[in-house]
Design a protein around this ligand. Sequence first.
Ligand SMILES: Cc1ncc(COP(=O)(O)O)c(C=O)c1O
Length: 392
Amino acid sequence: MGLAGRVAHLEESATLAVGERAAKMKASGIDVVSFGAGEPDFDTPEHIKKAAVDALAKGATKYTASSGIAPLRRAVAQKFERDNGLSYSVEQVLISCGSKHSIYNALQALVDPNDRVIIPAPYWVSYPEMVKCAGGEPVIVQTDEKAGFKMRPEQLKRALARRAKAFILCSPSNPTGIVYSPDELKALARVIEETDVWVISDEIYEHLIYGGARHVSIATFDGMKDRTLVVNGISKAFAMTGWRIGYMAGPREVVEAAAKIQSHSTSNPTTVSQHAALAALEGGLAATQAMAAEYVKRRDVIVRRLRAVPGVTCVQPEGAFYAFPNVSDLYNGSVRGSGAFATALLEEVHVAVVPGEPFGSDAHVRLSYATSMDRIAAGMDRLETFAKKLRG
Ligand SMILES: Cc1ncc(COP(=O)(O)O)c(C=O)c1O
């Protein structure tokens, strides 16, 4: 008796270990400052909750079409037209149980055993594991921190020299917060155009973007729409992580293949959540913009404080709600590597961060600034004390 081979090489979500320890410490009454959460600290806007309550009252408690209710698929198509200048028919849209599920379905639809999938590092922890779930081989391409963690066209070209099935792009990025400029995306698109690689573009943080940065979908460049699956969702933009709605749009044959997989696994995403998502997409971006206005203030504080710590450097995040500082100059004694750093930081000064190692860089840790300004100040005071001690 044994388990399937496909789980043998899967990593457990390493981000959970520190989180679990932090939760235990909190439960025992310790004042832990948590920079761990990958979710907004804001509540879902009232008009969205109300739409869900109204939908329940009207009986939104049954199965729907597996790919999602028609008004929501239409609203997603309209969203792509409005926000991204991309035209899709309703048949080219699939609603899933979170954008994580959308990416999973996309990979299941595209990747055969041993197919290579290119992933620039640092990456969101789930990409390589989801590629492995599909039997594929994640091909990690290290980006240069000095180049702002952005994959250069030559790097992509080199990676594509050996045939690859897909390329996963995430901008704005979790964990670095970097945002590719339109010119940078165009240069990557030019490389991709000469190949037959699929692109999965994860744009879940598109509306959480700061300063002069601008979000453009790679699917908008010449020749890209027919080979790109654009993935997005409501979790981050509308503070709706628990509702579990994400979506993809792309070439009809791929979306229909992904829909088939969904129809035999989860069936439709939760009915009432689909109605809430519809209200979110049709209700405008005022609440999202108010949240983004808070995030940018917090970003400015946390990045300034991080950069003021001797031994810490931090690339400027232009989107999402994460800072990804390089703390490797502080590694000392038994604190070698991001896991040991995160554990010691939690044990000694009660600050929870996520180790960078499962994101593809052991020199870094990830701090989420989806928490209040007071907690940011308290956490950074403690981190300063900890860093001073490490430097001896
Ligand atoms: C880059 C990225 N993509 C996708 C997701 C998944 O979000 P959800 O499944 O809640 O839509 C996350 C969540 O942390 C993320 O950071």
